[in-house]
Design a protein around this ligand. Sequence first.
Ligand code: LAC
Ligand code: ZN
Length: 477
Amino acid sequence: MTTDACAYNKVDEAILESLRRIVGETHVLVGSPDDLEPYSHDEVADRSYGHMPECVVKPGSAQEIAQIMKLACAHRIAVTPRGAGSGLSGGAVPLLGGIVILFDRMNRIVDYDRENMTITCEPGVITNEINRDIREDGLFFAGYPMSYEACMIGGNVAENAGGARAIKYGVTGRYVTGMECVTPRGEILTLGGKLAKDVAGYNLLQLVIGSEGTLCIFTKITLRLLPLPRVQIDMIAPFDSVESAIATVPKIMISTGIIPASIEFMDKLSVETSCKYLGETIPGFGAEAVLLISLDGTDDEKVMGECEVIGEHCLTAGATDIFIADNPRKSETLWKVRRNIVEAFKAVSPQQSCEDIVVPIAQIPAMVGGLKKLAEKYDLMIPCYGHAADGNLHATPVMNPAWTPGEWHEKLKELLMEIYGLTISLGGTISGEHGIGHKRKEHLAMFSDPVYLELIKAIKKAFDPFNILNPGKIVDL
Ligand code: LAC
Ligand code: ZN
């Protein structure tokens, strides 16, 4: 097994002919580098993490994907599945060229089972669209990644996406009860079903969730739905220091006994950059840091009561004010500003690295304190925002404009080692939701137990004996 590029064959004219026979002439894209460039990278700002595919195919069914995988196995060609390309660790980058599989045609909801409170989607369904049609039945899918207007459910499952509601609702994997997938050898496999419980054998379903497209290709995904919380109240608590804002986070739940749907943290630069990018402003603009807290439930008075209790708690903890969004439009503005931070920073500077560290929540003040010291030591800005209630922070080192790109890369390398080292020393890990891809592959190897690394390599080999599915990701073999 190897991830050496020489070990893979190129997509030649005969392979293209076979692909055209499988998916149809119009669903195989070759052509100029300009045509293929959009499929060479994800949303990682630094394009040096990209790599060009040799061709892009758009299958329409599990059977077609199975045939593509059989062909790729027989000819040792690398295959990389790609959802919307909104990932942030290079997971969908065809690192060794070969074939990129898109799911644009596999975007149907194939079964909505209201009685069993499940919905079964093809992987190309846009996450936000899942909730559109089930709302009127009083149901919802709890996943809320920040790119939910663009990302695809297949990508969310591949990354086990987190997002802004995880503290109360958990991450994507909690809601996946079953799937149909294609193995790297081209077998069609069904895992799980519509069951709330299932301990019949090893839990391969949860193993492939979050496997970043390295173990199988999803073709149908069954999600558990929840009753829709009718009431949602969002509020902003501004603070005049980052430290007091972040120190409040772990105490909110323990002191009030209330688990909000979200507690998001945004420092001043994050709010200002996103507001400027969108041409918006929000209450708390100009504060050193804000918490965006969301409460939901079924009873207006109860949710408002909880909102007041948390508001009081924040004021006692040093919030300078509390702003409650009293209508859905105001709520949406707050969330729009939050969701667009990553895009806004990218628009300002491609020389930045959106990190995804996570620590136990009581350690989050120590993590933020450490980041501040590192920013001073390295003489650069590390704006920070994220899902504070989960201890998950998107610390984003941004190049000091006085540096050359060469200096930036050198310093970033050292800085990341220090950030990850601190994260691990606080009981954390290097990615809470964006995954390893190839962006953090070396760091995973450095910071993981060798026994763990050996086991995951063995698992990869069991699924993918020729290492053709998304090679070069998570671990080198
Ligand atoms: C967010 C993405 C970067 O939380 O995960 O905005
Ligand atoms: Zn996030």
